[in-house]
Design a binder for this molecule. Structure first.
Ligand code: FAD
Length: 362
């Protein structure tokens, strides 16, 4: 075969907040990027999944974006970043400068297609338009692949018959695409609310459906660190190997001034879910019908773990058994940014916790 094989002690998959935080701490512990560990990322640019977010999304629109560890060394902080610029541009720029400053040598674009066992090694199989197909043999693996690549859309009868456009949060580009259209937005989180606010006055009509009543919280910012109950729920599920609950189900949605204005003018009033989808719209449980040209599913994400399937880490309970970022099924595997760590503050903390465990095993 023409597959190139190399060996490296530690492979990190993903250069988002979680993967970069781990890499930063491994460096601080004296490891060298490229020799002792390698970071693969599928994206063409720095920024993790932020590089794919829609242009109109601004920093601080929903949650706080925590700094990477060591970012202040570069004189940078998201706290003081320019909020008039698209979040994706700011994050991409800051992460790029961070990677350069700490010489993390992220290898991109490289997609990890699968990870499997071959004798004592973990084999990381990758493909890349730049580097071709490769195999990397690793002793330890840090999976930091986030959720962006695993959109979740709940099943509703008739979905396949809909003749309009259906898209998920990860396919949203610009409100202008929906000019003059009748749009149904599904979801009870900050993405759904953000879309409704942007589409107001652009779409011909807007209908909002949520699977559960929105739990409004009257604070300006959702502090994921303060939302310890939601994080504890995630942690409990991860340790029990269950599928992860939605974060919003634990934190509620903070009511900013912009959101309050939307509630006051009757825009942000959700309906309980429709019962079925028909070719030209949605049918409600009481039999009434709403015509729609587009359905936007702002229904969240799941951890992206497809490439780990050959390792058979999934528990009977439906999830992975993970505590403090470490797989309890296979001690060579770490999951950075998974479950309770799936926020920029959680991912930042994960870096230190996981790097310390990695160093102990090397
Ligand atoms: P990501 O940033 O998703 O990074 C994962 C990286 O892994 C990506 O670069 C991806 O390309 C790469 N990757 C994935 N699979 C593979 C593979 N098989 N091979 C190679 N590379 C791969 N959190 C906050 O704290 N504050 C916020 O304001 C906030 N806003 C958000 C807004 C939206 C719309 C969404 C969807 C999420 C938001 N979050 C926010 C949550 C946020 O995603 C996380 O906090 C954090 O950015 C995730 O970091 P990460 O490193 O785990 O994942």
């Amino acid at each position: 075969s023409t597959t190139t094989t190399t060996t490296v002690p530690v492979v990190i998959i993903g250069a988002g907040q979680a993967g970069l935080s781990v890499a930063y701490h491994l460096k601080r512990f004296g490891l060298t990027a490229g020799r002792d560990f390698v970071v693969f990322d599928r994206g063409v640019e720095a920024g993790g999944a932020w590089q794919y977010r829609w242009e109109s999304l601004r920093l601080g629109a929903a949650h706080r974006v925590n700094d990477l560890p060591g970012l202040s060394e570069l004189g940078l902080s998201f706290e003081t970043a320019d909020r008039s610029r698209p979040a994706r541009d700011v994050v991409t720029e800051y992460y790029r400068r961070f990677e350069e400053h700490f010489e993390l040598n992220v290898v991109r674009p490289v997609a990890v297609d699968s990870v499997f066992n071959r004798r004592a090694d973990l084999v990381v199989r990758t493909s890349s338009p730049a580097f071709g197909d490769r195999e990397t043999l690793a002793g330890l693996l840090v999976n930091a692949t986030g959720t962006w690549g695993a959109p979740f859309i709940p099943h509703y009868p008739g979905a396949a018959s809909f003749t309009g456009r259906q898209l998920h949060t990860n396919g949203f580009v610009d409100a202008a695409e929906f000019a003059g259209q009748r749009v149904v937005v599904v979801g009870g989180g900050t993405s759904a609310i953000g879309f409704l606010l942007e589409l107001d006055g652009v779409a011909a009509s807007l209908t909002w459906a949520s699977r559960r009543p929105v739990d409004w919280v009257h604070t300006e910012h959702l502090d994921l660190e303060g939302a310890s109950a939601a994080v504890a729920m995630q942690d409990e599920a991860a340790r029990a190997g269950r599928a992860l609950p939605s974060i919003v189900s634990g934190t509620g949605v903070p009511v900013s001034r912009r959101i309050q204005a939307g509630i006051d003018r009757g825009l942000l009033v959700e309906r309980p879910m429709f019962a079925a989808i028909e070719p030209t719209g949605v049918r409600w449980p009481n039999g009434t019908f709403t015509e729609a040209d587009a359905i936007i599913w702002a229904t969240g994400f799941r951890p992206e773990l497809r490439h780990l399937a050959p390792l058979k880490l999934r528990d009977k309970a439906g999830g992975l058994v993970v505590g403090a970022g470490s797989s309890w099924t296979d001690p060579r595997i770490f999951l950075a940014g998974y479950g309770p760590q799936a926020s920029t503050i959680g991912a930042r903390r994960a870096g230190r916790v996981i790097a310390r465990q990695v160093i102990a095993l090397l």
